[in-house]
Write a protein that binds this ligand. Structure first.
Ligand code: MIC
Ligand code: SF4
Length: 700
């Protein structure tokens, strides 16, 4: 039986465990990446582990998120990160050098190697044939310290690409199409592995766009083979020596992956799976808590690139997909091209060529944020920067910027088209925002016409010919803003810069014997980490947990009422714990461990949800919050915000098995929750989090 590419790389890196889907294993991590918004905490944790220098083959610390510099916080973070990088043997990519994923692809990624990143879009480098996984900062700190990374052996869904993308349709439409089929939920523990004849029609940056936004499906990662196109890319980057061919076996067996679907609510998902997944098998309907479900099993999914059309993710989720032709005519007030999804040389050249000799529509505010300094320099060298300026573009710095609410928020009720990957409510910095996620082609069309326009109509409407972008023979490779690590004898003399806004990671306490607390918040489905801990103006407090914690669950605060933080702290003062209740797919999105650490700091010790996304689940465990699941939908319905709950002998209950009995003291009934923690995870939660656990183990 042939092996998938995913398992070939896992096999090469296996430290312990079994390569059987669902079983636990540990792998060696070759490279790590951190960015400033998650990196300060990750490096503080690395310091707390007591290691002097990183043990990886390569670790890079990027500064790309917090560049607004209102007040001293951001610069203090940058200085801390630069000094700790110098001390610990880490490459430092300075502010102005670009977005971590794009720069890593250009300058560091290596086919067949493993990359662990403190950012959920780390899979971008899967476009190069790397096994690239996003996780919380503490996991990355441990990997930097040389610890193998623990994971559940994934199930691999094969995505077979055939045909070739037509003009005005691009990589973004491939992943939007896949999001319309797979949605953002129910895909935990999978890898999306691309194969088939269509793969070679896509360049590495196009593959990177698809792998990047695969993160929105909630999978472990996405991966493309490393082939002739990969060699071509690395050659043009001046690093062909790291090229190695990596392919799945020709007879590789994919799947099966399993998706549980609600008979009515998920009917469109099932119809799509039936259309695109050969060999799909669907179980007979069964009933759970009075509702009907089926289980779908499949191994591969087919995408005919030639049959795709321009798509958009409509507010407020990356899986609300609609063809652009159906939105045509909707007025658009803002267009932004950038983010780690679509800011490569190819994307920005396409935008520039599309705008050549024209001006943006007078009602549109249009901005461009190139993904890296390399892309910026290439645009300057080719004259495309002048074209963009002439057309009326506002040039932003090479950084995450508007993608994470650092400026360029749209006006109230205004339609904003962005080439980004997330349109979660309020992420742009505007309440009730109307953000659509689109390709660079759709962005150009709207920038010119002032309304949603199918870009395939541009030749007819405005005489714009489809811009075919020539592949550069050689990219500008000037690494002046990447500071390489110092040799150990020099590193020893580096003093760490600790500005007054850099705190220490707060210590968490071991789990009490029993817990008595209150449901502070009852939430619905699809809660993202942007809901739990918004970024925008609060992002600058990432190195100061007590301050950042004030923004916890901010979108759910009611005007004139005490905030979530106030209520949680009041409870903590009474020696009681906070409890948060959620629905399906809780904790989607970002890898920010602050979404666990800040609630933990406020005294939240338990979350009860219907289902939980991978990275957030790991972060909860790492900071000592017990993740529990409702056993049946009625228990979720019955539980109310404000209810007092008691978890008697919680420590023993967690150790004894997968069930936890709960007493609802307010309503006077008992119910049972489940947990899926491994033995080691139970020990971590009991210790009050992973740092405590690791310290305890080292003392033994
Ligand atoms: C994001 O896109 O949400 C971020 C900001 O890059 C996060 C990391 C963070 O919150 O710092 C992510 O994707 O992990
Ligand atoms: Fe930055 Fe946005 Fe990419 Fe996150 S998704 S790394 S905020 S550009």
């Amino acid at each position: 039986m042939g092996e998938t590419l995913t398992y070939k790389i896992l096999r090469r890196h296996l430290v312990e465990g079994s390569l059987t889907p669902g079983e636990s294993l540990t792998i060696r991590i070759d490279q790590t990446l951190t960015q400033d918004a998650t990196g300060t905490l990750a490096f503080l944790e690395f310091e707390a582990l007591g290691k002097e220098r990183v043990a990886t083959e390569l670790s890079v610390s990027y500064v790309d998120h917090n560049l607004s510099q209102f007040g001293p916080e951001n610069h203090n973070d940058h200085l801390y990160l630069q000094s700790i990088a110098a001390k610990s043997g880490v490459y430092f990519s300075r502010p102005g050098n670009g977005i971590c994923h794009q720069v890593h692809l250009e300058r560091f990624g290596r086919p067949g190697h493993t990359l662990l990143g403190a950012d959920s879009h780390t899979p971008t480098n899967g476009g190069l044939g790397m096994l690239a996984i996003g996780t919380g900062g503490l996991e990355v700190a441990l990997a930097m310290a040389g610890e193998p990374f623990k994971l559940e052996a994934p199930r691999v869904l094969g995505i077979k690409l055939t045909g070739q993308l037509p003009p005005w349709v691009s990589a973004k439409d491939v992943i939007l199409h896949l999001l319309s089929i797979l949605t953002t939920k129910g895909n935990r523990g999978w890898v999306l592995e691309y194969f088939g004849p269509g793969v070679r029609t896509l360049s590495v940056p196009e593959r990177a766009t698809i792998a990047n936004m695969g993160a929105e499906t909630g999978v472990l990662t996405s991966i493309f083979p490393a082939d002739e196109r990969t060699r071509e890319f690395l050659q043009a980057q001046g690093r062909v020596e790291v090229y190695e061919e990596w392919q799945p076996d020709p007879d590789a067996t994919y799947g099966p992956v399993v998706k549980r679907l609600h008979l009515e609510r998920d009917a469109p998902v099932l119809a799509n799976l039936q259309r695109y997944c050969p060999g799909l098998s669907v179980s007979a309907p069964d009933r759970e808590g009075g509702e009907g479900f089926v289980t779908a099993e499949f191994g591969s999914l087919e995408v005919d690139l030639s049959a795709l059309e321009p798509l958009a993710a409509t507010p407020t989720s990356p899986d609300n997909i609609q063809p652009v032709r159906e939105l045509a005519g909707t007025p658009v007030q803002q267009v932004v091209v950038g983010s780690c999804t679509n800011s490569s040389y190819r994307d920005l050249m396409l935008v520039a060529r599309g705008l050549e000799g024209r001006h943006i529509h007078p009602q549109v505010s249009f901005a461009v944020a190139p993904g890296s300094r390399q892309v910026y320099l290439m645009l300057a060298r080719s004259g495309a920067l002048t074209t963009l300026l002439r057309a009326g573009a506002r040039l932003l710095e090479t950084a995450c910027g508007p993608c994470i609410g650092q400026g360029f928020s749209p006006g109230s009720g205004q339609v904003s088209l962005r080439t980004f990957n997330r349109n979660f409510p309020g992420r742009s910095g505007t309440k009730n925002d109307q953000v659509y996620l689109v390709s660079p082609e759709v962005a150009v069309a709207a920038a010119l016409t002032g309304e949603f326009t199918d870009p395939r109509d541009l030749p007819r409407l405005l005489g714009v010919a489809y811009p075919r972008i020539e592949w550069p023979q050689r990219f500008v490779t000037d690494d002046a803003l990447i500071i390489p690590p110092l040799p150990p004898e020099e590193a020893e003399r580096v003093a760490i810069h600790r500005g007054p806004t850099i705190g220490k990671p707060p210590r968490t306490e071991p789990l009490p014997e029993s817990i008595e607390g209150q449901v502070l918040l009852k939430l619905g489905d699809g809660i993202t980490t942007d809901h739990i801990l918004p970024a925008g103006p609060f992002l600058k407090h990432r190195s100061n947990i007590p301050q950042y914690a004030q923004a916890a669950f901010l979108p759910f605060n009611q005007e004139g009422q005490p905030t979530f933080a106030d209520r949680a702290l009041a409870l903590r003062r009474q020696g009681r714990q906070g409890i948060v209740v959620g629905g399906e797919s809780y904790g989607q999105g970002s890898s920010r461990e602050h979404a666990a650490l800040c609630p933990a700091y406020l005294g939240v010790r338990v979350k009860i949800v219907k289902s939980l996304e991978r990275i957030h689940r790991a972060n909860l465990v790492n900071f000592g919050i017990v993740p529990l699941f409702f056993r049946c939908p009625e228990d979720y319905e019955r539980l109310q915000a404000g209810d007092d709950l008691r978890f008697p002998h919680l420590r023993q209950q967690l150790q004894a098995g997968g069930e936890v009995g709960v007493q609802n003291l307010t309503q006077g009934y008992e119910f049972t929750c489940t947990h899926d923690l491994t033995e080691e995870e139970v020990a971590i939660v009991l210790a009050g989090g992973k740092l405590n656990y690791v310290r305890e183990r080292r003392r033994l």
